[in-house]
Design a protein around this ligand. Structure first.
Ligand code: AMP
Length: 114
């Protein structure tokens, strides 16, 4: 998608602090971090949100979660704990309409989230 910020980052054309790239997945540090570790994981394929995930995305979702676990370890929050969040739609506060998972860690987190 031409005007999608995360498609630009996925293609290497955007300005982002990229920490991981594979054939299907890119991960980069959130520009407005909400925790000491705040990394966004995205598919290179433009998928609008979790609402648009199809059966054929199974392997991609496995890779996204496996990459989150790998990055949690690489950023030393593996033992202390970490959270994966994906926002869908206005009530959840989704601001970028390209599927992304927030990997958050490095501080105690509350439940329920705000
Ligand atoms: P959401 O509100 O769940 O759609 O999350 C979008 C996230 O993208 C927010 O946490 C933003 O801070 C983050 N963000 C927006 N633009 C950039 C960028 N250029 N590089 C890194 N993170 C970004």
């Amino acid at each position: 998608m031409e005007d999608c910020l995360f498609c630009k980052i996925a293609s290497g054309a955007g300005d982002a602090d990229v920490v991981h790239v594979s054939d299907n997945v890119v991960a980069f540090r959130d520009i407005n971090p909400q925790a000491p570790v705040h990394i966004l994981l995205i598919p290179k394929e433009h998928i609008e949100s979790a609402r648009s995930v199809k059966d054929r995305h199974g392997d991609l979702l496995v890779e996204l979660f496996a990459t989150a676990a790998h990055l949690a370890k690489a950023n030393d929050v593996d033992r202390s704990g970490w959270r994966v969040v994906t926002n869908v739609g206005p009530d959840a506060g989704q601001s970028v309409h390209h599927l992304h998972f927030h990997l958050l860690g490095g501080r105690p987190m509350k439940w329920p989230p705000g």
